[in-house]
Design a protein around this ligand. Structure first.
Ligand SMILES: CC(C)(COP(=O)(O)OP(=O)(O)OC[C@H]1O[C@@H](n2cnc3c(N)ncnc32)[C@H](O)[C@@H]1OP(=O)(O)O)[C@@H](O)C(=O)NCCC(=O)NCCS
Length: 856
């Protein structure tokens, strides 16, 4: 093959095409077989049931494999959740972006993406064209609206980044969109070219903030692709009427060069009118590549897709395409595929049990309970308590919806059902522009509930709301898409927002209306001309801990733990100050009193983040304080690309989440609800009584027979011990080094082969409350009710892997016990033990148990 014919074939990897129907069409199969088409996009029209989608993805991948593709197909979908959910009933209902903006928690956003990615993967879909990172700063925007997390760029950034991390961790590629920001326009890009009249400096102030934030992240949260919007930016793009998706000023100058993004850049579908009616879709797809996009999307029409390949052949023959740039794009696409796809996985039929599984339904239910916002309730009408004979009149607006969103035929039916289940005397009327006068119905009803959908864009709704305001005994309005409907009828006293017209959002609205649940969230946008409906945030802010907060944070510890884990302020402070790359945070109330605290450390060598402690004053619990502290710490770890575990290794308060009392068990539920995986089995801290300890004769005999020598390390031999740790237990090396730096050589015990000069084959660190350096924090539980002052213990017990089975482990623990006993230790402590049986043979019992937990 010549260079150009190579390219004719390879270039198929730079296109993403869609097709019609639930089965693979000859057209799409032909493009895969003959044109090396590398990516396919699904819409609702391709999705009927999980089994069918799975068959479809398998057919497409098989065709690619049989046609000799080097790598599997990227199979993409827009499963944003909420109002844009192509999976329909083939996926669990989960809150969409603005609903998540209202909840305001990155761990909620993460969990939604986590569940979505698992369901997508089961279906064989490996690329979600999400999350939407547009800042919704225009109340008249018909296409973005609730698809955005909200109007605060920082909130949009952090929720989007959390979702990207979750998708990537599960092996699903993402596309943050719609670059450089589609939020500030009043035109639907599916119908015309929306104009954003801003220059780059303007964009930097708002729209670019979330994209910049995302691009700055390291590790799993770093975006795998960015999608360019179909918008017009006349102040940035030189050529008149050229949409952003095919303009080099956007993909190359702004995204690649100014923001420094190095991953895949993909266009939104070039069949949108914004391109189709200007340069044409087939030509537009090629222009997009020339403008610096790595991939072009043609979602609907086979003819355009075929034309595009024809034009590519012509352009390559004419030498008008920049082949070097195309080659760079090809290598980016290959990298993306290598990161997320394998043939083995692509051709494996997965278990569909994950779709709508119990865990996902529980997540859906739990999160949707936090979704509805009761924006205003001036007469305190909520919760309503209708008498049996009272009539509820439910008036539901019938409105045309934008093309981007997926709607059921009558989106209000399930809201009616949710209301009627609670109050059977509920009458349901769907109204539109032509509905005749409803005055008498409204006057007769005891409660009137009006469901509106984008009421500020479709004015017939406000006429009915105004009529109801003058006639109804009790009136409740609920906006089910954009929250801005209140602009059209600002006089309304009781106003809810559900952000989406999904059955579970309606169900939780009904729960809130009837008083089963309370409003927990915050409006993530401002409703113009409604002073009491501005964007609202949690009243609590996270601040960085300094020594000035020591006393109050310790006081908080005392409030929660004085009976179970009494701890002096000195020890509390020592642990905090000794943490590796320690960063600690607090939340205070209006009187500046600390009500919440979180301590973290990050182990540099392994980049592992540890949430060492999280505590909230009992009188401030269940108000969201724990959630914002936890989120804050996770965001910090996420931005640094660190893994996350609960508890800390050394120094530590807890090695996981305590399990021995209700406080800890309640905390486990809290963390589980925030997406942590809590291990089933326990790890233990042990306690041994060493008063009058003697090494059992059997152990002494065995060690003699094995010819093992035990003793503490000399200063001059310390490098040997470090080498031993490095070879066998690198995670303990820093602890050994720390103790040596403090001069505690008498606390570093080794076992040697054959005698004092023999090679090190095992080691352990010791500590005694009186004899170890005061900066050590091995045992902080020295309160008389716990281990007491005459206490000590051991940690980091390790035997060289090839020497196991010779009894050396038991031997070194027994020898350590003897030394501790001779130093006056009565109660001895061993932390973080999984092998309880091993220690029980040397006189230890379980003291307190913990569950290990990680955020994965
Ligand atoms: C675990 C702990 C930190 C949680 O803190 P918290 O401030 O109560 O947590 P939150 O208020 O954010 O969330 C708790 C519940 O309150 C609810 N809640 C949150 N905000 C709310 C609001 N504004 N209105 C009503 N309820 C709210 C949440 O729905 C949440 O329930 P969920 O888990 O089903 O989502 C706290 O219980 C604690 O300090 N425990 C003792 C210390 C401890 O054991 N720490 C763990 C070891 S390190």
């Amino acid at each position: 093959m010549t260079k150009t014919t190579d390219m004719n074939h390879d270039i198929g990897q730079l296109l993403m095409c869609g097709f019609h129907g639930a089965e693979a069409t000859e057209g799409i199969l032909d493009l895969i077989r003959t044109r090396n088409l590398g990516s396919v996009i699904f819409f609702s029209r391709n999705i009927e049931s999980p089994e069918q989608v799975q068959r479809l993805t398998h057919t497409l991948q098989t065709a690619a494999k049989e046609a000799g593709h080097k790598r599997p197909l990227l199979i993409a979908v827009d499963q944003e959740n909420g109002v844009v959910r192509r999976l329909g009933s083939s996926g669990t209902y989960l809150p969409g972006s603005m609903a998540l903006g209202a909840i305001g928690s990155t761990s909620a956003a993460y969990q939604v993406a986590n569940a979505t990615s698992k369901e997508l993967l089961a279906l064989g879909i490996n690329w979600n064209l999400a999350p939407d990172m547009d800042v919704n700063n225009n109340s008249l925007n018909p296409v973005i609206g609730v698809r955005s997390f909200g109007e605060d760029p920082a909130l949009v950034g952090k929720l989007g980044i959390a979702q990207v991390e979750a998708y990537h961790r599960n092996g699903v590629a993402t596309s943050i969109k719609h670059f450089p920001g589609h939020g500030d326009t009043a035109t639907d890009s599916h119908l015309g070219v929306p104009v954003i009249d801003k220059d780059v400096n303007d964009l930097e102030k708002t729209e670019l903030i979330p994209f910049r934030q995302a691009i700055a992240t390291k590790g799993d949260a770093h975006p795998s692709s960015v999608m360019i919007a179909h918008i017009s930016l006349p102040k940035i793009i030189k050529e008149k009427n050229r949409p952003a998706s095919i303009a080099s000023e956007i993909a190359t100058d702004l995204l690649r060069n100014r923001l420094g993004y190095e991953g895949i850049i993909i266009t939104d579908c070039v069949e949108m009118d914004a391109v189709k009616d200007t340069v044409g879709s087939a030509r537009g797809a090629i222009m997009a590549l020339q403008a610096g996009n790595d991939m072009s999307m043609i979602s609907h029409t086979l003819e355009f897709q075929q034309d595009c390949f024809k034009f590519i052949d012509q352009d390559l023959a004419a030498g008008t395409l920049d082949e070097d740039a195309l080659r760079k794009s090809l290598s980016r696409v290959s990298e993306l595929k290598d990161r997320f796809l394998t043939w083995e996985d692509a051709l494996t039929i997965k278990d569909l049990g994950i779709i709508g599984c119990k865990e996902h339904l529980e997540l859906s239910d739990r999160l949707y309970n936090k979704v509805p916002t009761l924006v205003r309730d001036r007469q305190q009408l909520v919760p309503i308590q209708p008498k049996k004979e009272d009539q509820i009149l439910f008036l539901a607006a019938h409105v045309p919806l934008t093309l981007a969103i997926d709607s059921e035929t009558e989106p209000f039916n399930s809201m009616y059902e949710a209301l009627a289940r609670r109050h059977s005397n509920t009458k349901y009327v769907i109204f539109n522009e032509d509905t005749q006068d409803l005055s008498s119905h409204i006057s007769e009803a005891d409660y009137v509930i009006i469901g509106t959908a984008n009421g500020n864009l479709h004015p017939f709704q406000s006429q009915l709301v105004s009529l109801a305001k003058s006639l109804a005994k009790k009136l409740i309005v609920v906006a089910v898409i954009n929250p801005y409907d209140l602009m059209a009828f600002p006089e309304i006293d009781t106003y809810f927002v559900t952000y989406e017209y999904t059955p579970p959002a309606y169900e939780s609205f009904a729960r809130m209306l009837f008083g089963k649940i309370k409003n927990e969230n915050h409006l993530p946008i401002t409703i113009p001309n409604a002073s009491d409906a501005a964007i609202s945030y949690s009243p609590y802010n996270v601040e960085k801990y300094t020594i000035n907060q020591l006393e109050s944070c310790h006081q908080l510890w005392e409030t929660i733990y004085s009976s179970s884990w009494p701890l002096s302020v000195q020890d509390f402070s020592l642990i905090l100050s000794r943490m590796e790359q320690g960063q600690h945070f607090f939340v205070s109330n209006e009187n500046k009193q600390v009500i919440g605290f979180a301590a973290t450390q990050t182990i540099k060598a392994s980049n592992s983040g540890q949430l060492a402690l999280l505590m909230v004053d009992p009188s401030y619990q269940n108000k969201g304080v724990g959630t914002i502290l936890n989120d804050y710490c996770l965001e910090m770890f996420r931005n640094n690309g660190s893994s996350v575990m609960l508890g800390s290794t050394y120094p530590r308060f807890f090695c996981g989440v305590p399990n021995h009392d209700q406080i800890g068990q309640k905390a486990q539920v809290f963390f589980k609800h925030r997406g942590y995986t809590i291990q089933d089995n326990l790890v233990w801290d042990l306690m041994g009584d060493l008063t009058d300890y003697e090494i059992p004769a059997k152990i002494t005999e065995r060690m003699k027979k094995e010819n093992i020598w035990f003793g503490t390390i000399e200063e001059g031999e310390i490098e040997d011990l470090f080498k031993f740790q490095e070879k066998y237990f690198d995670y303990w090396l820093s602890t050994y080094k720390h103790h040596a730096e403090l001069g505690d050589y008498h606390d570093l015990l080794v076992a040697r082969e054959g005698g004092k000069k023999g090679r090190i084959i095992a080691s352990v660190t010791l500590h005694t409350s009186e004899g170890s350096h005061e900066k050590r924090t091995d045992l902080v539980w020295t309160h008389p009710d716990l281990f007491g002052a005459e206490s000590g213990g051991m940690a980091c017990v390790g035997v060289a892997s090839e020497e196991r089975g010779r009894g050396i482990g038991i031997g070194i623990v027994a020898y350590a016990n003897k030394i501790l006993c001779e130093r006056g230790v009565k109660k001895s402590y061993v932390d973080w033990v999984e092998l309880v049986d091993f220690y029980s043979r040397t006189g230890y019992q379980t003291w307190r148990g913990y569950k290990l937990a990680a955020f994965k």
